[in-house]
Design a protein around this ligand. Structure first.
Ligand code: NDP
Ligand code: 2IT
Length: 466
């Protein structure tokens, strides 16, 4: 493994002495030891550390000030109980968390996830990733993430409302427009943000930009809903352009069928690509004819209004097929956008994609490719954009929502569309700056990790030991 062959000096594991550097393996072992039972967090830190070790090899200040060690330790993890009453009158108890990872370059910022799989470790990995992602946007936002093991599936609107209100009853004391600004993520969309914002306002008697992804009637920004999927597609296009290509006629395989997946599908289609798959946690649909805007609108309606399953697609659109308990990575394609969840694309899937001729992968989800898969893509030298760069369009427009709320104005759609493209172009350029490997190959993972790290690290150096 690459990690084992490294012998770079690195920051000490204990506070014994400044010169007590360890190598990459020692560092990762330390992270594992300090974070038992949190493999996703260890994975996220390891992926970043693999690149940062090389970068800081000859940069003594980053060692002396233990910068990566400090970024990989959240500023704080808030854990709380969330009680709510279901429609049958039963009292239910859930866990809630907010992980405030790092606020060196701006208020903590990052989504809230409601999913039964959520643990403290999941949110720590997401808050860690968010810190780098937010730095890459160029906007002043630190990294945070929150959520609960609450499962919104199959719950009535009233149950979701009661849960959201109870969740905010504790969360409100830890957040604020200049402190920590949550938004949506898996299981948290416009409905949940509305309920949480309403409860925050009621508790504090304040109307501030404390959450983003709000409805347009109460401080939301145009294009925030579309921004993540559109941004991931713009990043994909930027990568293709470096090879003199575009999306015209390209076959795209997309996973997920939520906010990110449907908007990625929409933008790929608008740019001339042919989207042939979408999925959910039960399986995927394959539509060889390609998805039209009408079909994508149908999926949005299915997920957001009827709250149904992607398997229903085949009844509505003959010629398509449903594949239960399968992921879409075996469908031959030119480009792939994993837009569902972490570790949904494994080493074997990556090998299959490469063998089938896939040229480019843009991660709409956070850490959808496991470490082995990342190494497969890097070794094959295909165009591969990590989530922290490719899906940053969502949080970027959240940042623009914060600016609009502070100034008490609303920008026009054309202006926001232009800003989103500008921001994604900027992220692409920052990745290229640190990721160029020669021979026309850009390691976007390395570029994103270093560019994101450098901004946060330099701010931390300026503050001293705090
Ligand atoms: P949604 O809740 O809108 O959709 C999630 C989709 O992923 C659903 O189709 C869901 O299927 C599927 N999914 C969830 N968990 C699993 C799982 N364990 N296995 C397989 N499929 C699963 O969420 P988003 O679209 O907002 O988020 C998708 C990804 O994008 C996440 O990784 C999120 O962190 C990331 N992201 C989101 C941003 C945003 O602005 N919303 C911004 C940046 C990144 P099912 O219905 O079966 O659960
Ligand atoms: O992972 C992410 O970037 C998000 N879920 C969006 C965060 C945000 O604050 O808009």
């Amino acid at each position: 493994m690459r990690a084992a062959s490294r012998s770079n000096r690195f920051m000490g594991e204990c506070a014994m002495a400044v010169s007590d550097h360890v190598d990459l393996n020692g560092f990762v072992e330390g992270v594992k030891k300090r974070n038992p039972g949190q493999p996703e967090f260890v994975q996220a830190v390891q992926e970043v550390a693999e690149d940062i070790f090389d970068f800081i090899q000859d940069k003594e200040a980053y060692h002396r000030e233990q910068i990566l060690r400090r970024i990989a330790e959240p500023d704080r993890v808030i854990s709380f109980r969330v009680c709510w009453e279901d429609d049958a009158g039963n009292i239910r108890v859930q866990r809630g968390w907010r992980v405030q990872n790092n606020n060196s370059i701006g208020p903590y910022k990052g989504g809230i996830r409601f999913h039964p799989s959520v643990t403290e470790g999941t949110l720590k990995f997401l808050a860690f990733e968010q810190t780098f992602k937010n730095a890459l946007t160029g906007l002043p936002m630190g990294g945070g993430k929150g959520g609960s093991n609450f499962n919104p599936k199959g719950k009535s609107d009233r149950e979701v409302m009661r849960f959201c209100q109870s969740f905010m009853n504790e969360l409100y004391r830890h957040i604020g427009a200049d402190i920590d600004v949550p938004a949506g993520d898996i299981g948290v969309g416009a409905r949940e943000i509305g309920y949480m914002f309403g409860q925050y306002k009621r508790l504090t008697n304040e109307f501030t930009g404390v959450l983003t992804g709000k409805g347009l009637e109460y401080g939301g920004s145009l294009i925030r809903t579309e921004a993540t999927g559109y941004g991931a597609t713009y990043f994909l296009l930027n990568m293709l352009k470096t090879k003199g290509e575009d999306l015209q006629g390209k076959v795209a395989v997309i996973s997920g069928s939520g906010n990110v997946a449907t908007h990625a599908a929409e933008k790929v289609t608008m740019l001339g690509g042919k989207v042939v798959t979408l999925s959910d946690s039960d399986g995927f649909v394959h539509d060889p004819a390609g998805m039209t805007q009408e079909k994508i609108n149908w999926v949005k309606q299915l997920k957001n209004v009827r709250r149904g399953r992607i398997s229903e697609y085949v009844d509505a659109f003959p010629g398509s097929s449903y594949h239960a308990d399968k992921t879409p990575w075996g469908v031959p394609c030119d480009v792939a956008l994993p837009c569902a969840t972490q570790n949904e694309l494994l080493g074997a899937d990556a090998r299959l994609l490469v063998a089938n001729g896939c040229k480019a992968v843009s991660e709409g989800a956070n850490m959808p490719t496991d470490l082995e898969g990342v190494h497969v893509f890097k070794d094959a030298r295909i165009l591969f954009a990590p989530g922290k760069a490719a899906n940053a369009g969502g949080v970027a427009v959240s940042g623009l929502e914060m600016s609009q709320n502070s100034a008490r104005i609303s920008w026009k759609e054309e202006e926001l569309q232009r800003l989103l493209i500008d921001i994604m172009d900027g992220i692409h350029a920052r990745c290229m700056e640190y990721g160029q490997q020669g021979g026309g190959y850009c390691d976007y993972v390395k570029g994103a990790n270093i560019a994101g790290f450098k901004k946060v690290a330099d701010a931390m150096l300026a503050y001293g030991v705090v």
